[in-house]
Design a protein around this ligand. Structure first.
Ligand code: COA
Length: 343
């Protein structure tokens, strides 16, 4: 009996494929490396949501403007994912996929601005989605290199097989419920540190380690205390997560050399210590490891990392909801009762 559904195929999908043995990620028929860093967020999202790229770009722009009229409804709570869950849940049932993708990004940026005591920034309906989100966060247009790195990140995480939040969305969709409910459930699943909540703690770890010389002692102490090293290990990948390499290359183009050097040294040390501890299990860097460095470098506050992840993954969630609906089949597994049986 497996208690994490490891290796269980829960759906057939045309959206993405994670080959954990070879470290290959196919996104809507393209290798990750051909999309991330080469296509805009709109172009990649069109592959998942269908239609024409120009139409989606316009719909995202309109969606950001419409979502901006709702920013007062974002709960004023200290956790970004709680805020996102609350604000998303209030969207009307007829919200379209493009409107949802737009809204999650706008809500994330507006929440961060408000927490920093700053006014939210009005969207520019004609801008690219990545550039406009980054502008909404920073309060001024970001340099092209930052936008490019940010867009590479958004495309890298747009979808990823039957991950926990996507499964959550598909389970909700399979009941015949609406898209907003499915995405709200997915946001709840993504919040957990074993799924999308790791990059903030990865950055905390890099800060705590400070310089490469201190990595081994710090990591050993964490492991001895029974804690997991954030950004390392994956349920499916038995090699290094291919998204880690794509993000690492994107970071190389930004002026963050010391932080990148530290991250690389910590990754190498963590890999070695985890191999000592779990010789039979390849525990390598996952996407979250370099996400932390990239998002920090382009000006995303660490409290917002998971919410920005959610804003990109909403594309995948919406596409999976559509795919699931087409099957028309309720997802309803079994449990094995091991409790007391009345006499
Ligand atoms: N640090 C320390 N130990 C780890 C570890 C990590 N990052 N990841 C896995 N392990 C340990 C597990 O505790 C387990 O030990 P045990 O056999 O003594 O119980 C062993 O390695 C095998 O774990 P595995 O089955 O590969 O993990 P999983 O599939 O249940 O979990 C993750 C996968 C991602 C949840 C796990 O690797 C993890 O918690 N990573 C840190 C959080 C993170 O980066 N999340 C983002 C994922 S994209």
């Amino acid at each position: 009996m497996t208690n994490g559904l490891d290796g269980i195929v829960a759906a057939e999908t045309r959206l993405s494929d994670v080959d954990g043995e070879r470290g290959r990620l196919i996104l809507a028929g393209f290798d990750l490396e051909r999309l991330a860093g080469h296509r805009s967020f709109e172009a990649a999202a069109t592959l998942f949501l269908g239609g024409e790229e120009a139409e989606l770009r316009a719909a995202l722009g309109r969606g950001r403007v419409r979502a901006f009229t709702r920013v007062a409804q974002i709960p004023d709570v200290p956790d970004a994912m709680d805020a996102l869950r609350g604000a998303t849940a209030q969207l009307p049932e007829e919200t379209t996929p493009a409107e949802l993708v737009a809204a999650v990004g706008v809500f994330a940026a507006a929440w961060a601005r408000r927490r920093a005591g700053l006014a939210p920034v009005s969207p520019d309906a004609h801008a690219g989605h990545a550039a406009d989100l980054l502008r909404a966060l920073r309060g001024a247009p970001a340099p092209a290199a930052d936008v490019a790195a940010f867009e590479t990140y958004l495309v890298s995480v747009i979808d990823h097989g039957m991950n926990a939040s996507t499964f959550a969305a598909r389970v909700v969709a399979s009941t015949g419920s609406d898209l907003v409910s499915a995405v709200t459930a997915a946001i709840g699943a993504l919040k957990g540190p074993l799924h999308g909540g790791a990059p903030g703690p990865v950055l905390d770890m890099l800060d705590a380690i400070g310089d490469a010389g201190g990595a081994e002692a710090w990591l050993r102490a964490e492991l001895a205390a029974g804690r997991r090293i954030m950004g390392m290990g994956h349920r499916v990948y038995r090699v290094r997560d291919p998204r880690a390499a794509v993000l690492e290359q994107a970071i190389e183009k930004l002026a963050v050399t010391p932080r990148l050097a530290l991250a690389r040294a910590v990754e190498k040390t963590a890999e070695r210590l985890l191999a000592e501890r779990h010789p039979g299990r390849a525990l390598r860097a996952n996407v979250e490891f370099y996400t932390s460095v990239l998002l920090d470098a382009v000006g995303v506050p660490r409290s917002l990392f998971a919410a920005i992840f959610a804003s990109a993954r909403t594309v995948g969630w919406c596409a999976h909801v559509d795919e699931q609906r087409r099957t028309g089949r309720l997802i309803r597994p079994m449990s094995r009762y091991v409790g007391a049986v009345p006499a």
